[in-house]
Design a protein around this ligand. Structure first.
Ligand SMILES: [Zn+2]
Length: 275
């Protein structure tokens, strides 16, 4: 048994071997360099798959055509490159569903471990942590910043928000809600509130996308009461919520920030921004 090398280090290794040191990462070019045939096709029923070549046959990666966003196709290709590059991924073929590609939580060990590892590999391949850390070092994380990084890396907002949260020490959490329910969340190191999955409170801004016309107001930012999101006792009673509605996915992405000045400023009861 060799030393365990985590998936993100495997992705860094591949970038080094390919002498890639700028973004966006050219995933289809990497496939060509590795002699992998890469198809975008309507012929498959799963979201993406890899069939590894044996003897003289070429390895094939196929991604289902019709994804609304090319950034998702890129993530799928990078995910399959993970199954190709991680030595423990011994299966000859991996058929990956949308749920596999969205499996960030790491809550299902065992059979799905390879899928989580392939997602970690893909995130690092497309958004190298060194580069991401540089971007977030001197600025507070905001939706604007995540959009900028997603644009630079040609990645989805969701995968970008996750990668930023992973490497940031701000007091933020990223929350993904679908049709009125919190599906998953990821907290940065400094975010110490208890969050849970399930129905969104009507006091959240994210819930307003369900109860109003979503096409009218696709992005909102405001103060919200602490108990819109959690029931922890704190000496502050509000959070900053930035939510963005993604109508094609019937989902919303939220950045929740704990105000930085909690120990320094008293909330002014006359100020309508505070509760
Ligand atoms: Zn997979």
């Amino acid at each position: 048994m060799g030393v365990y090398i985590p998936p993100n280090a495997r992705a860094q290794e591949l970038l080094r071997n390919m002498k890639i040191n700028s973004i966006p990462t050219p995933v289809e070019w990497i496939c060509g360099k590795l002699n992998i045939e890469c198809q975008i096709t309507s012929e498959i029923t799963v979201e993406a798959l890899i069939v590894k070549g044996v003897s003289s046959k070429r390895t094939v990666i196929a991604v289902r055509e019709g994804s609304e966003y090319y950034s998702r196709t890129r993530f799928s290709i990078a995910h399959e490159l993970g199954h190709f590059s991680i030595p423990d991924h011994l299966e000859e073929a991996y058929n990956c569903t949308l749920a596999d590609l969205n499996n960030y939580q790491g809550s299902k060990p065992g059979k799905k471990k390879a899928e989580i590892e392939a997602n970690e590999f893909a995130a690092e391949l497309l958004m190298p942590s060194n580069w991401v850390s540089q971007q977030i070092k001197s600025n507070d994380v905001s939706m604007h910043m995540i959009k900028q990084i997603a644009n630079d890396c040609d990645t989805s907002l969701t995968s970008t928000a996750l990668q930023v949260t992973k490497y940031c020490s701000d007091r933020i959490a990223v929350i993904y809600s679908c049709e009125g329910d919190v599906c998953w969340f990821k907290k940065a190191k400094g975010f110490d509130l208890y969050l849970e999955k399930g129905a969104l409170s009507k006091s959240t801004l994210a819930s307003s996308f369900i109860y109003s016309n979503p096409s009218l107001n696709q992005e909102v930012k405001d103060y919200v009461p602490l108990n819109a999101w959690c029931y922890d006792e704190r000496n502050y009673n509000y959070l900053i919520e930035e939510s963005l509605f993604m109508p094609k996915l019937r989902s919303s992405l939220t950045i929740l920030t704990i105000p930085f000045d909690e120990y320094e400023e008293e909330a002014d009861p006359e100020d309508p921004l505070f509760w």
